[in-house]
Design a protein around this ligand. Structure first.
Ligand SMILES: [Zn+2]
Length: 325
């Protein structure tokens, strides 16, 4: 079969995932490579091109033919009209960087560019937890908090593609500082980096975080924090209860604004959803309209690390789901 696979690439802070995705959304091949995110702007883009070419070569060797379309998901706000990445949290050199033009020039064909959380939302909509639903709010609780919105079966881009920065809605007006420069954003309470800062503040008297919250390399780890919560660790349980409280405040607003079928929660922090549910539910119950909240389900994302590549492929395959460029 001279198959029509689609290339979906997801650019993370340390790794790039690049996949050959079938027309029905199945991952047929997945390669992982270094992101080289601290290199020059052009070098980071060249690395993306190399990863795509390597996947194309491998697909050709396997008799899969040429890709039908190429989609690339990147972190940070981007302008989907111009294909410009405004700023990327992990790629310091990308400031107003014309990534789509660079990729299209190098590859000699069109490339669909999408924000990574938007891509994940499309992936869950196509093949994951949100399959069959038309109105979906996706929250990625990772190092930061990302968001994706699907309304009436269409991804919401807003004026130029920067809509759905759901991690930066204020949940505590005079709250703790957020990396974006504002105060009291959801991200400052319900992301791994936000939780780390809150715990460090709580344990300020100690010189460093207890080893039970750290990974093998001595870095703060949500997995370690989750394991500590499972053992009844009070600091860990309190951190998740706080995250759940603020997540509930944000979700209550999303429910009232969008009346979604489904709220999908993904990322490392979502692995501890059970420790957040009580405080989250309390805030949703207190703030969302009962008739809206009663019908809305809050579920874990189903695709995990392949959500971005599947969604990037969907974005490439469905230009109608995107703004004209
Ligand atoms: Zn913020």
């Amino acid at each position: 079969m001279n198959s029509h696979y689609i290339i979906g690439l997801d650019m993370g802070g340390t790794n790039i995932r690049c996949a050959a995705v079938s027309a029905s959304g199945k991952v047929r091949m997945l390669r992982r490579g270094p992101a080289h995110a601290d290199a020059t702007a052009s070098r980071v883009a060249e690395n993306i091109v190399q990863q795509i070419r390597a996947l194309e070569d491998e697909a050709r060797r396997r008799g899969m033919g040429a890709p039908r379309a190429i989609g690339v998901a990147v972190p940070g706000p981007l302008n989907v009209h111009t294909g410009t990445v405004m700023a990327a949290p992990h790629v310091a050199a990308w400031h107003s960087f014309p990534l789509r033009t660079r990729l299209e020039e190098a590859l000699g064909r069109r490339v669909a560019l999408e924000n990574d959380a938007n891509a994940w939302a499309l992936g869950e909509f196509w093949r994951g937890a949100a399959r069959g639903y038309r109105n979906v709010v996706l929250l990625t609780l990772g190092t930061g908090v990302g968001g994706g919105l699907i309304v009436g079966g269409q991804l919401v881009h807003g004026r130029n593609g920067m809509a759905a920065e759901l991690g930066h809605v204020a949940v505590e007006p005079a709250g703790v500082p957020c990396d974006c420069g504002a105060r009291g954003c959801l991200e400052a309470y319900a992301s791994a980096s936000g939780m780390q800062k809150l715990i460090e503040r709580e344990l300020a008297a100690r010189r460093r975080l207890p080893p039970r919250y750290l990974d093998e390399e001595g870095n703060f780890s949500v997995r370690g924090l989750t394991r500590a919560a499972q053992r009844g660790d009070r600091v860990a349980l309190r951190a998740f209860a706080t995250a759940g409280h603020y997540l509930g405040i944000a979700i209550a607003s999303f429910l009232n604004i969008f009346n979604p079928d489904l709220i999908v929660v993904g990322g490392g922090v979502a692995g501890a959803l059970r420790f957040m549910r009580r405080t989250m539910r309390a805030q949703i119950h207190a703030r969302a309209f009962g008739a809206i909240a009663a019908d809305a389900r809050i579920v874990r994302a189903a695709l995990g690390p392949t959500g971005g590549v599947v969604g990037a492929a969907y974005a490439a395959l469905h230009p109608a789901n995107r703004l004209a460029s």
